[in-house]
Ligand binder design. Sequence first.
Ligand code: ADP
Length: 280
Amino acid sequence: MRRPVRRTVTHQEGPTMFGRTPHPSSLAELIPVEPPAVAQAIGLSKIYGSGQATVTALDDVTVDFTRGQLTAIMGPSGSGKSTLMHCMAALDSPTSGRIVIDGVDIAGLNDRALTQLRRDRLGFVFQAYNLIPTLTARENITLPVDIAGRKPDQAWFDTVIDTLSIRDRLSHRPSELSGGQQQRVACARALISRPAIVFADEPTGNLDSRASAEILSFLRRSVDEFGQSIVMVTHDPAAAGYADRVLFLADGRIVGELAHPTAENVLERMKNVELTGGRN
Ligand code: ADP
């Protein structure tokens, strides 16, 4: 069960985006494909403060986030994980460099277009759930679609809430739900508008191991079954073990990556990054 492709670029159109003239020479060139990177950072730097108080949170980061993958970002505290995620999610602006989300260079967008991009193409899962306490679970889930003035797709809504097993909790308010249930509601809210990419910031940071495993299994399933693209910041090697790829940050730079991670090999690599700042 893969989500329908939301936006297609043909081989014919692809080169055009980079300024070359399309010359399709075979049928294969006209078969629709999506660019493999759902999000890109190009030479991204973020400097906070000025003078002696300057902090370089991101230092010339260039990275592609692959479409239809779960990418974990790890690194010691202060290494720039949150800054990278906030810049990629258009919640913070970089000092220099470019960010391309789902084919859109966000530098060229005004505030209104940025808000629309966040609403329509991005989903968010936060450590503290960030549900609205006065709304029921159902109302929280459909909020992004309601704000956009659209009707939720009932079939998709059913698929998401049944995958998360929260149908019997839809009329509850957040205070009547466990932490794990609240985070499942937040996951449903993130997916309901079928975003191009979901950013999850320490999604299991407040959960016990059982509830964490449920959330991580859901994120994994949403990649495998719905084709969702997810970027997740975590400090937990077990959580990173659910990812397709782990990026390691140290001192604002990407210092390594691991494909097909396991909790064990992530832990090994983390020790190296902590000890050497990734220079080994
Ligand atoms: P991480 O998420 O890996 O813990 P952050 O991205 O939060 O790291 O922070 C990276 C660096 O930038 C740290 O040195 C942090 O103190 C600094 N930093 C983050 N946000 C701000 C801010 N708003 N003002 C000044 N410095 C900041």
